[in-house]
Design a protein around this ligand. Sequence first.
Ligand code: NAI
Length: 411
Amino acid sequence: MRRLSVSRDRIRIVLTESIHPRAVQALRDAGYVNIETLAGAPNEDTLRRLLAEAHILGIRSQTKLSAQAIAAARRLFCIGCFCIGTNHVDADAAKRKGIPVFNAPYANTRSVAELVVGEIVMLMRRVPEKSALAHQGIWRKTATGAHEVRGRTLGIVGYGHIGSQLSVLAEAIGMRVRYFDIIDKLALGNATPVRSLGELLAHADVVSLHVPDTTATRGMIGAAEIAQMRAGAILINAARGSVVDIDALAAALSDGRIAGAAVDVFPREPGSGDERLTTPLQGLPNVILTPHVGGSTEEAQANIGVEVADKLVTYSDNGSTAGAVNFVEVALPVQQGVTRFLHIHRNVPGVLTRVNQVFSQRELNIAAQYLRTDSEVGYMVSDIDGRLEEGRGIRRELEAIEGTIRSRFLY
Ligand code: NAI
């Protein structure tokens, strides 16, 4: 196993917010044993202490990392967000301190796809309505309006990670799949692309939305689009609340043009369990409302734990920033018999030359070199032949170069 300029047992890792035990295990398996775990989100004082001590910090979505908090971090060299989004972290401030931020954007893809499949079956059978009545003691035993999904057409809007997974699952239960995406996407199985949203809406028995929140998708499904849908069709939104005009959907459900809907995301979502959800969809028959839990499963949490822990280990062990949300991405091969210097610097002229001078003055041979920059920060990785004893001295020289943010070496 490659050695690091700070040895693995001295790398202090702090994981807050009850990060899944699989993450701890993955880190331990990789030789990182100096791990502190916290149950909840740390308060400001605790966070300050953690940031002063930690080399690696793992958080979930409740710990906010402001520029000010990040500025106080002395040793921190990477951050793991054990969640999907990273809006609660000032990722640019982290980048300027040479700290990559990693997350797990697709660890819950399958969870969302499975929920949607379940909802399609439930809505086609009008189960939400029948279940609500049965809870009141009403025995509505009828086949009217209840359908098998076999042979029905599912229209998927956005054929990305979730949309394409859903496509495979839906075909497995006998549905015909059509999809619309703004990018040419490889069709899985027997799914077929259509050329426009209108074409998709006109042909689908169930429309399921899996697009991101962009200026183009905001309000993408309004009254005009709902009017283009087949009479008696079903709409599912587990993407983002901004995509659907919820008043228009409520109106179409009320007058029966749309036979059912499942909505997991809302234009305004409660910030916590103390707040109430208010939506015009409440009380309408054959409507499934869920509190943004499409991706919320224990399996997804475990996947997130392993995925983010692996990214942190890969960066720490190897220097690869692949998958970082705020950093130039460098996917590095594992090199044997070299000492690898990682140099993060402000993107100012002359740094490259001065880094190479450090090596050439010592008559060292550069076996491979990688450089990626954005407008603010550059990341230069130099593999030098041999496992060098003088790594620390070289590192000191590299850190003296003007513009250097931080450096490490692996040997
Ligand atoms: P993705 O980025 O893999 O796929 C999105 C797809 O939408 C891409 O293929 C893209 O080309 C396409 N697209 C973008 N703009 C479009 C447009 N105007 N018209 C048609 N297609 C368009 O994203 P992923 O992971 O599949 O997620 C999809 C959505 O699901 C996102 O909004 C995400 O926030 C949401 N999501 C919801 C969760 C929940 O708990 N309900 C959990 C995870 C994701």
